[in-house]
Ligand binder design. Sequence first.
Ligand code: ADP
Ligand code: PEP
Ligand code: CA
Ligand code: MN
Length: 742
Amino acid sequence: MEDAHSKVFSDLQLVYMLKCASKAADENGEFSFASNTPRSTGRKGLPKIQTQDHNKKASDVCHDDSGTPVKATTIDELHSLQRKKSAPTTPIKGTQGAFNAISEEDRQKQQLQSISASLASLMRETGPKLVKGDPARKGEGQQISHHHHYTPTISISDSALKFTHYLYNLSPAELYEHAIKNEKGSFIASSGALATLSGAKTGRSPRDKRVVRDETTEDDLWWGKGSPNIEMDEHTFMVNRERAVDYLNSLDKSNTGKPAFQVFVNDQFLNWDPEHRIKVRIVSARAYHSLFMHNMCIRPTPEELEDFGTPDFTIYNAGQFPCNRYTHHMTSSTSIDINLARKEMVILGTQYAGEMKKGLFGVMHYLMPKRQILSLHSGCNMGKDGDVALFFGLSGTVTLELNRATWSNHLPTDMCLVRSPLDTRFYYKLLLTVLPLVFFVTGTGKTTLSTDHNRYLIGDDEHCWSENGVSNIEGGCYAKCIDLSREKEPDIWNAIKFGTVLENVVFDEHTREVDYMDSSVTENTRAAYPIDYIPNAKIPCVGPHPKNIILLACDAFGVLPPVSKLSLAQTMYHFISGYTALVAGTEDGIKEPQATFSACFGAAFIMMHPTKYAAMLSEKMQKHGATGWLVNTGWSGGSYGSGKRIKLAYTRRIIDAIHSGSLLNANYKKTEVFGLEIPTEIEGVPSEILDPVNTWTDKNAYKDTQLKLAGLFKKNFAVFTDYKIGKNSMLTEEILAAGPNY
Ligand SMILES: Nc1ncnc2c1ncn2[C@@H]1O[C@H](COP(=O)(O)OP(=O)(O)O)[C@@H](O)[C@H]1O
Ligand SMILES: C=C(OP(=O)(O)O)C(=O)O
Ligand SMILES: [Ca+2]
Ligand SMILES: [Mn+2]
């Protein structure tokens, strides 16, 4: 889910729920961060009404969870959404299956090296120390397999002495078996993919992301207004870390009566540039999470794993377990905590797997710029002749359907005043268990457009641009699959097979065929697959310096041209703005696009000030002669509601013309207001749609809408006018002038 929800929520809460006359002062005027769905504390029905105690800090009173809402109140309801027909027939009981056929002794041997020394240790200063090899078999001259380690188990219930086995870098097949055996809601789809549920959270919770503010981060990171880095102190981090570790340390997966505590551990790499590769360790409780990261990170060879050594960064994912809402800084039961000094991240209260990949992306946004490498929220592909293109874009066009009747039953008593963790603004939140909301999420097209049958895929989402060229950070793709079709996106469709994780999709309970049109669980259904599942993947995922920088915006206002050629200053202006739109509406059918701005097309992930990344991009584009483009993958012929989304086939032709170089030399004219250079002709695209004014029947409405959007751009950009780009303050003026003028 994208960075836009919270904004919508705070605004919608004000506008629709409170029917407040004045909107939040900074409406559309700031960066936005994802889902901030008011949600209660997990009890059924409406929670007890909380009234504001004016003597207390608001954030101490109201605890709500952020995240995309799921239209279910209980876990069983969630499961019944996932499967189309009735509940499953006879569940398999007893001792069938490979796991139970073996003796307890063998079974224990298959369990892994204990990490109790670190997990259960009272010190817990460092992450788990994984001892390679089987101590019992040392000296036997046997080849030690990578994940079958064994330590004698002491049957003592004292947690300090308890052993927790780790299931180390299991194969997809093994992870399937664990998931199906132990994780409710995990099934094999007819394609062979593992379909599973992420629980109550089906999107990111950026308002619950915390970064430890200490000597290390104080000066380096971007803090304060507009920043996605919500601060936390070291002590609170340790409290959450302890909570996560205790949870991970208490998981008894045994069904034999004897305790068998186990966690999954992945040791993998990030960044395909061998010079700047990062070692990551993921400790998690669910096979689903382990398989997700197996797919998304770079998979080490057995040799690389032998010499893995100490990880550069460790995630403790205890997502099933909530944080303690009475802990300082905690505003909900979800918390994603990053401690750069300790090189650790803790996840509590959300099982959405994207949290892990994007959390590490944030870490890369810190580590890479420190090495003069630009980290980018972009897709990337390469033509047969070696021409590289980057695709930037915010994900998340979101429609919220508010059922006003439901809300009004609870107004105004079920509200409490909370303070935004991002600024000093106070706003109202509704405390409801289930929200009568529907989200319509669609990305801007990074994954879809970088996955191109005629080009080599370098990556779909996270890249580095260094002196060596570009490199993918990840080893997999995370595609949205709502409305996925074989015809329009064949490569993604075919990548959904054995090994792929399918999150929150709905399938036929008998045939296990997935219905990609069904959004009963969420609109943000996803498929996570290794990048080599795409036939044209370029392995290793690196390429030369980019030739084209394509900024994608899904403009639900329908006023941005389908494609414009940008000057360098314009590219900077739009990169810093990071515009896309989402659509918010009410039950009575009033739907309105909302502009959302996310600096560097990924404000939720950047760690330093946006101008730091912008300056690096500008320098690299100049040095390597790259051309910037703005592509509207959103509406045409009117705003959302009256116009239509531009056909994917047309966008693909536009992208083809950029890649081939033919668009660079086309005839151009300049638009009013935004001052964008638009081509008059592109092969395979009707010429009349190239200038949006042609597609609107009401020309005055077009002009008004264009001015409205331009105003929102200006308002958003105001916050950057005080900043220099790099060492140069003249640049800022030039960039400012490259924005809309009217
Ligand atoms: N004209 C278009 N261009 C790009 N994507 C489109 C277009 N029309 C519809 N779509 C859909 O929008 C979604 C884009 O999502 P995705 O590529 O995952 O975005 P991102 O990777 O930027 O988050 C896909 O589901 C795609 O099928
Ligand atoms: C995975 C996410 O990003 P994207 O939509 O860019 O894939 C997310 O925001 O949860
Ligand atoms: Ca992304
Ligand atoms: Mn994506």
